[in-house]
Design a protein around this ligand. Structure first.
Ligand SMILES: Cc1cc2nc3c(=O)[nH]c(=O)nc-3n(C[C@H](O)[C@H](O)[C@H](O)COP(=O)(O)OP(=O)(O)OC[C@H]3O[C@@H](n4cnc5c(N)ncnc54)[C@H](O)[C@@H]3O)c2cc1C
Length: 326
């Protein structure tokens, strides 16, 4: 489906005038498709890249309380709708990319550090237990928000504490017990921006950890469509069941809507292989959900996070599957 993209009034000058001390970058109508794995979606009304945590806190304290704020990481679990994201989208960059090993087999990383980089830095420092991050293509902020995990481990198994900035610009230290990490979910308020994390590993031999990371990478290469425009697992596994098996049993492997299709290799992955719109992908996901419900009675819950607005008057969510069926 070919769709023209939205554009928003430029909020940049007004925001900049409110906070002359701001050091980060404000960019109006910034394409988000370029920074997500699916490569779809409209623009951010304003994309803000803070210089560091103090700059982020100052920005959040100064913007109008009713201005919507969203945060994106590396966009590997994200579907941005075609109408883009009104308000501010925050993306953490260089000021949040620090990484340093500490005593006691601990390692501290900024929220913009890619998970695979954390795995490598830990390995080089002889810290075992973080090799599973080698296969997750997000950054630490997304790993904290999603309690990312793989190969039998997840973020809550290795986290000591995180740092977050709330919507008013107050900085919080959040110990693991207060993170509310459950399967692909964090209980930290949705409006908090996670800025840093401290991880606990154990003593290990760098060569052995690097070999483990190679195994993780090889497994991914063989079992997941990692070179495609995808968003990773589309749906969470329902308790006691496997999303991909339910999808396969409902006959959805290879199912297509417009430029989007269900991966043949791993049918819990959706793929943008023919210039799909975000609407194609969301409709495909909702159609899969409807077919799985009809076939097995199970209700799949989205793991992929959908943000933003549709193009004018277009449906979203379950209404998409209904429109497709008619
Ligand atoms: C090929 C492929 C394989 C994958 N395999 C796995 C896997 O094995 N295990 C797994 O768990 N996931 C997997 N994923 C999904 C994804 O990589 C993870 O969910 C990852 O943690 C998302 O991080 P991100 O930086 O890309 O976040 P994004 O996709 O950009 O955002 C995801 C969510 O996190 C929020 N978020 C991002 N940064 C912050 C921040 N700093 N503060 C607060 N909220 C934030 C966003 O608002 C959004 O709600 C896979 C994805 C792909 C494409």
């Amino acid at each position: 489906m070919s769709l023209s993209h939205a554009s928003y009034p430029d909020l940049g000058p007004d925001l900049a005038a409110r906070m002359p001390e701001l050091r980060g970058r404000l960019a109006a109508n910034q394409r988000l498709a370029d920074i997500t794995w699916f490569r779809v979606g409209g623009p951010a009304q304003v994309l803000f890249t803070p210089a560091d945590t103090a700059d982020l806190a100052c920005f959040l304290a100064a913007i109008p309380a009713d201005l919507p704020v969203a945060v994106v990481g590396l966009g590997s679990n994200l579907l941005v709708r075609d109408g883009g994201v009104p308000g501010v989208v925050i993306r953490l960059g260089r000021g949040f990319a620090g990484i340093a090993a500490e005593g006691g087999h601990r390692i501290r990383a900024g929220a913009a550090v890619p998970d695979a980089r954390l795995a490598r830095a830990a390995a080089e420092a002889g810290i075992a237990g973080l090799a599973f991050y080698r296969g997750i293509p997000g950054a630490i902020g997304g790993a904290l928000r999603m309690n990312a995990g793989a190969h039998g481990r997840e973020t809550r198994d290795v986290l000591v504490e995180a740092q977050a900035v709330d919507r008013n610009g107050t900085i919080h230290r959040v110990p693991l017990a207060e993170m509310g990490l459950t399967y692909r979910h964090s209980g930290v308020p949705a409006s908090w921006i996670l800025t840093e994390a401290l991880f606990q590993g154990s003593a290990g031999e760098p060569a052995a950890i690097l070999a483990e990371m190679e195994e993780v990478a090889a497994y991914r290469e063989a079992n997941q469509p990692i070179r495609e425009r995808t968003g990773g697992s589309t749906f969470k596994n329902p308790p006691g069941a496997s999303a991909w098996k339910l999808i396969d049993a409902a006959g959805c492997r290879g199912l297509r809507v417009g430029g989007a299709k269900v991966s043949e290799m791993h049918c819990n992955f959706l793929i943008n292989d023919r210039n799909a719109s975000a609407e194609d992908l969301e409709r495909l996901g909702e159609t899969v959900r409807a077919r799985v419900r009809a076939h097995s009675g199970a209700t799949l819950e989205w793991e992929i996070v959908r943000i933003g607005a549709p193009l004018d008057g277009r449906p979203t969510g379950e209404a998409l599957a209904e429109a497709y069926a008619q």
